[in-house]
Ligand binder design. Sequence first.
Ligand code: T1G
Length: 710
Amino acid sequence: MPDPTVEVTSFMSTSVRYERQGDVGVITVDNPPVNALSQHVRQGLLDCLAEGLADDEAKALVLVGAGRTFIAGADIREFGKPLAEPDLNGVISTYENATKPVVAAIHGTALGGGLEVALGCHYRVAVAQGKVGLPEVKLGILPGAGGTQRLPRVAGVEAAIDMITTGKFVPAGKALQLGIIDAVVDELIPGAVAFARKLVEDGAPLRRVRDMDEKVKAFDAAKLPEIRKQVVKAARGQMSPVGCFDAVAGAVTLPFDEGLKNEREIFGGLMASDQSKALRHIFFAEREALKIPDVPGDTPTLPIRQAAIIGAGTMGGGIAMNFANAGIPVKVLEMSADALERGLGIIRANYAATVSKGRLTQDAMDKRMGLIEGVLDYDALKDADIIIEAVFEEMDIKKKVFSTLDAVAKPGAVLASNTSTLDIDEIAATTSRPEFVIGTHFFSPANVMPLLELVRGAKTSYQVISTSMKLAKTIGKVPVLVGNCDGFVGNRMLEPYVQQGELMLVEGALPAQVDGVLQRWGLAMGPFTMGDMAGLDVSWRIRKRRAATRRNDLFWPTVSDQICEMGRFGQKTKAGYYLYEGGSRTPVTDPKIEQLIVEASKAAGVERREISEDEILKRSLYALINEGAKCLEEGMAIRASDIDVIYCFGYGFPAWRGGPMFQADLIGLDKVLADIKQFHADLDDRWKPAKLIETLVAEGKSFADYDRSR
Ligand code: T1G
């Protein structure tokens, strides 16, 4: 923050101000919460630069962000609206052509247009905690204000390609090494002002990044085609990483101004794309999901200083790692020393694997392991602020755990279940404190998958909900609050989706065909490779539990049950729908299973038929949409965009497709409804349209309209 004792000479706009400190002018952008480059900020930057250049007392200028960060980029909320002057490229070249040295002073995150503005300054300094990045690729676009041309000129072509096609943030130390910044300073403004003063004393040049051609000229353009192939492969259908690459390649093959033009052309195409609209939708949806309509935003939260996990299996161990990674001490309870040692061993092996990949230092691993304490007695959990059970998915076992917890846990402790489908209210009822019980549904592997479904029980208190949402962010998860129904939201929607896949097998498709269509469309996995990965026995157990209550007027495929009866549970048994030879994870089709499927068609009296790619895609996607709409109707999901967050962060749905509900709006809800009605007529009553879809279509509305009304 600027020095409050310094007299502010003028307010050029509410969000950018100019003041002089001795012989150095300081331009401060103050546009909370992240100093985004809204129109008034762009105008203010120009006005304040003019003021600083006209101020004869000021020999140099510093540009800084107020609050918690430097400029974090263009204002994403302005996207899709007509571009208002001044254009950011114009602002940046005005800074680049300033007649006094301009130093960008970076703290927090200089991202996107923010880093581009900094690259338009002659020099850049940052505090050690500062980070820089060009994350536009994650929004389906590319740095559209010269970043693809200036970053390679300071950091080199390969580093620029890596940063821009991945959107990764780079800490100040690394940015200094790469040449993105010129110094790391202890104190932001005093350090930047001193650096600027020294430039003047040394008669340092007005160094325009656009003129720094050495690094781009030194790069061998013959390498570009091979690198492009790798970028295309890694993009898996997303266009923006490839667009980013092509723009940076222009920095190598074209003069600066032509490279800028090339960047602008590619930017325009990407900005208008459905993929970018989808990615921007997910960006805001993730943040919108944090807002719970009936829970006041200022609800006080409980302090979480000590966590405890019951069960050191794959899930329990992964959950414990989340806490250790966030620096929160965590106890892991098992019933036997062997089971405990096995569980801690899995955790240790997970960390060691990350260290061996160079993504974690040994010292950091030791620190995290030091935060995890194995215990064998419930009594050791009495000081925990949150206790998460991750035991076997059987209600009786969970009830026993919670009634024990009720006797041991301290007052005010959050009691959470990692159940993936069981009734939270039934679990809560075994305690005297149902208001402290919540579901925390992690996704396997729990230390990797970002999604955390928080399941609200009928009596879960506002305080426990707010505490859990905040804790989820602290441990690096993407939380979505859902209602307490069988399967909550994600798994509940998955059921009809997988059923359609299994029905299509009996009707004429084969696993690799169904999986192939969905994976080519962008899903990380189709239903059968996913089932083999998760374990077919998991869904088998759930099907057996539900068999007694399922509708007997519908046909239920038995292929999956037959595969399980053969002891084939997927990757963990090296065979499921596919074969996994030598423990590899690569699915290999198995003629035995294909034969089993053909037999199943015969047994069902079904004449196998050709099933088109379009039908596979629609029946899979629309099954998700129809069930998602029912979750909204019943209040199990708050927003359609929450469902999109669940699917993009927990089920391998490509964020550049925006999620199932976004897709429904993109296709047109009326078209989706027409196809669902056709499936209802041609197939079976599983396809009864959700009332909400019929209502929205009748009113000419979309799921986005529905969300705006929430
Ligand atoms: N525009 C508008 N609003 C933004 C925003 C942005 N760029 N970034 C964040 N917000 C809002 C966000 O919606 C939330 O609002 C609040 O700020 C706090 O955000 C020309 C075209 C900076 C690392 O992609 O990565 O520049 O929900 O909860 O966890 O080449 O926000 O409170 O109402 O995320 O501390 C490039 C995106 C844009 C950066 C902070 N820049 N932002 O994380 O807070 S495109 C980005 C982030 C561009 C140029 C191109 C993060 C953050 P609300 P938050 P945080």
